[in-house]
Design a protein around this ligand. Structure first.
Ligand SMILES: Cc1cc2nc3c(=O)[nH]c(=O)nc-3n(C[C@H](O)[C@H](O)[C@H](O)COP(=O)(O)OP(=O)(O)OC[C@H]3O[C@@H](n4cnc5c(N)ncnc54)[C@H](O)[C@@H]3O)c2cc1C
Length: 404
């Protein structure tokens, strides 16, 4: 951000805000939002910039870095209260010390919790909903600079709108999340042929708390995501079973380990991929994946990145891609520097046939018409957005086209 230009983690989004304003407190956030709103400028904040879509871009960019850290852990209520800039990794040790853990995590743990909530960031497991679903309450500054405090009980509709709201209802200054008793994970990572994975798919989903895989279209694919020893048509399959905290690792075979849950989940990625992700009805897994596999082989070499496959449980957040639907989650990537758009559009067409809903932080091809058809509570969300942000202070060009 040295020359006044902000760029996201992967480098496919950048913009020059007219102002970058640091804030130290909730009151500062209120003052800055009110100032932007009355002067007709847009204002937004950023988590850690791990989204691939233009959902940070704004006139005034708020740097909320000081609003980071755990505020309160309540082991009886199974909740944790934290500042919006607290990273997912920051929750690990403090929760563990109180016998607690985040219910689920995704492939990395460096995102800010508010960023993860705002885009419905998820892990993988038949019974595991996303981060937005874990939101129990929040304090946020609305588009006029008013402080709003809600809980699931006091304002269920506002909560369901806020849960996955891409920053469109307000700047979150404090979040309360539901957590679970601490658990260890016994992780095994295997390389299997695609047909074998499909044969075991349903039983593995039932059996393992976390289940996800990467399918390789070519031999070169594995190295792109730091996955090793996999060839074309192989899958790298991650299956994690929940075990009691402190379970001895003993003599585990190669590729297996037991550790605290939050130490098992994160992987390491290089910023060398531009990712698309859609959520699709889990009942149609086999035909969707067979179709994707064929499509990717047809589109080689543009489709050289692995196909990541996960599952996420249904929730009630109005803009969550898992709204009242258990989903198969399919992620694909384009290689930076190549014209991957025709390939990504071909994938989008296939996802559209199955009612694919987008990940708000990853590349997608939505229009307001498509969102209205895919998200039953879209109109309710728009009403809520207008109620909390009547001047459209949190909208940018991309978001205006989808959520005006
Ligand atoms: C390497 C990598 C791995 C990933 N793995 C996964 C994964 O496993 N699962 C998954 O679902 N996604 C994954 N993602 C996507 C990522 O989790 C989401 O894009 C997430 O939003 C990024 O968090 P962030 O803190 O970087 O948010 P940002 O990208 O910085 O912001 C996201 C949105 O949140 C808004 N926001 C931030 N703070 C606030 C606040 N205080 N109040 C209101 N709005 C706010 C921003 O304005 C923006 O609209 C991955 C991305 C990368 C690059």
């Amino acid at each position: 951000m040295d020359d006044g230009t902000w760029t996201n983690w992967v480098g496919n989004q950048s913009f020059s805000p007219r102002e970058i304003v640091g804030v130290d407190s909730e009151t500062d956030v209120q003052r800055e939002v009110a100032r932007a709103s009355s002067s007709g400028h847009s204002i937004r904040t950023v988590g850690t910039g791990h989204s691939f879509t233009p959902i940070v871009e704004t006139d005034v960019l708020l740097d909320t870095s000081p609003l980071r850290g755990i505020i309160e852990v309540d082991p009886r209520q199974l909740t944790v209260k934290a500042g919006p800039k607290t990273t997912i990794a920051d929750f690990g040790d403090p929760l563990w010390e109180q016998g607690l853990a985040l219910a689920n995590q995704g492939d990395i743990d460096t995102q800010a919790i508010a960023g993860a909530i705002a885009t419905a960031t998820h892990g993988s497991g038949l019974k595991q909903p996303n981060f937005s679903a874990a939101l129990e309450g929040a304090r946020f500054v609305d588009g006029l600079g008013n402080l709003v405090e809600i809980t699931r009980d006091s304002d269920p509709d506002v909560l369901h709108a806020l849960q996955a709201s891409i920053g469109l209802l307000g700047i979150m200054t404090e979040v309360t999340l539901k957590v679970v008793p601490a658990y260890d994970l016994h992780a095994r990572i295997d390389i299997m042929k695609y047909d074998e994975v499909m044969e075991r798919f349903e039983s593995d989903l039932e059996e393992y708390r976390h289940f996800g895989l990467f399918w390789m279209p070519t031999e070169a694919s594995a190295t792109l995501y730091n996955l090793h020893d996999a060839d074309a048509d192989d899958c790298v399959v991650k299956r994690y079973r929940e075990v009691e905290p402190g379970t001895s690792a003993g003599d585990l075979p190669e590729g297996e380990r037991i550790d605290r849950s939050y130490r098992i989940y994160p992987m390491v990625y290089d910023p060398n991929f531009h990712e698309v992700e859609y959520f699709l009805p889990i009942e149609q897994t086999r035909e969707i994946l067979d179709g994707m596999r064929k499509l990717m082989l047809d589109w080689l070499p543009l489709s050289v990145y692995p196909l990541e496959i996960r599952v996420v449980a249904a929730d009630d957040a109005w803009l969550s891609p898992n709204y009242q639907r258990d989903n198969l989650v399919v992620s694909i990537s384009g290689e930076p520097g190549t014209d991957y758009w025709p390939y990504l559009r071909a994938c989008d067409e296939l996802f559209a046939e199955y009612g694919g809903r987008p990940h708000w932080g990853k590349i997608h091809f939505m229009t307001s018409e498509r969102i209205a058809a895919l998200f039953p509570r879209y109109q309710n969300f728009l009403e809520m957005r207008r109620r909390f942000d009547p001047n459209g202070t949190f909208l940018n060009q991309h978001l205006r086209s989808l959520f005006q």
